[in-house]
Design a protein around this ligand. Sequence first.
Ligand code: DUC
Ligand code: ZN
Ligand code: ZN
Length: 467
Amino acid sequence: MSDLIFAGGTVVTAEGSFPADVAVSGETIEAVGVDLPRDGAEVVDCSGARVMPGFIDGHTHMDMPFGGTMTADDWDTGTAAALAGGTTMLVDFSLQDVDGTLGEAVETWQGKAEKARIDYGLHVAITNLTEEVKQELPSLPDLGVATVKIFMAYKGTPLYTADEDLFEAMQIARECGLLVLVHAENGDAIAKLQEQALARGDTEPRWHGLTRPEAVEAEATNRAIRLAEIAGCPLLVVHVSCAPALQAIEQAHARGQTVYGETCGQYFVFSDADLARPGFEGAKYVCSPPLRDPSNRPALWHGLQAGDLQIFGSDHCSFNYAGQKDLGADDFTLIPNGLPGVEERPYVLWTHGVREGRITENLFVAALSTNQARVHGMAGRKGTLAPGADADVVVWDPDLTITATQANRHSNVDYTPYEGMTFTGGPAAVYVRGELAYRDGEVIAEPGSGRYVHRTFAQPAPGPAVR
Ligand code: DUC
Ligand code: ZN
Ligand code: ZN
């Protein structure tokens, strides 16, 4: 017998849209079909709404140290913000301590995530590929970790990894069935450009972008792809921000190489002009890769349409303007990198993608949910409305209109880069494993209700489109 029925809505999956009910028993989906029997189940009236699988954000940074400070959002506030956008699962980055093990990173982040209001998985960011870590990598799948991240940028910090270690990590990852994620920017070129800018007295936020030109990202993207080709391992290039970097992925697909690509909402609504805002305002827009000239956007949309970019993440990494961003008031290299966006990600993609006719609602679901589950290793259980899957459900109101302002955001950060932006289309209600977690602007799920999800990377078929 069902406990809950989402009735009378249009079910939207990555494959298609159709009128149907969705029945839930306990924590899982029991059936999807027309006029399912009510039998005393609680009925959620979804008329006029789209019923979609809960969104998954495979790229967040909660409660993470960066640039001598900690992100403003922890797992309580960060997952509240996620719910307010319809996101029911995150995959966040646990960071290896330079003298620590990978297992310790997972354990530390699981401790932080005890406050999660939604389900979560953990990537491990490798910061020091010691002999011990090389031996340890094959044990990650047993911990439910399917993905490791390597930073090619941030030279001079523990995050930076040279090619030698990137390449060896790829070889080991191939052997033990892990997917390698790369932050692809040339750390050496950036460090030199930054040094030269500061020597000239160019200290303002806009120099953050000017010292990380598109070619810096394109070169590293191509290098990572070619190293993965040599190592014979699949690769996910995260936060693709510009046409030249995307081109390297398209070329890999033309050769038949398995490379996944993620882009993020901020690259579709902000630009280098925001980094050049008067005074120190540009610091609110400092993230890496940096915001680009808007002429890149048509290529990024095409990347999503063609399946060269399969997933749309947030790279949510929030820092307060007062007390954190202003660490770099006299030196742009000291501005902590990152923007909030876990709440806005689906609003951006619906408003500018679906409503403006660039993508279908099915591609919207694929990029936010189904492909995320496939690439990040939890397909079947997450990212789908099918019998047996977790009952993570978004009741999406295509006409809901909201203007973002700091006071109506759910993040714990003292500004929003989205200030004054109006979005149409948003979640009316969100359910996590059959429990109401968010409705009409109110977060209902309690901290601690989220669960760790074991993930296993199963390589989707090679080629551009995952769905
Ligand atoms: N980029 C950001 O903007 N923040 C955190 C890490 C990253 O790579
Ligand atoms: Zn990154
Ligand atoms: Zn990131």
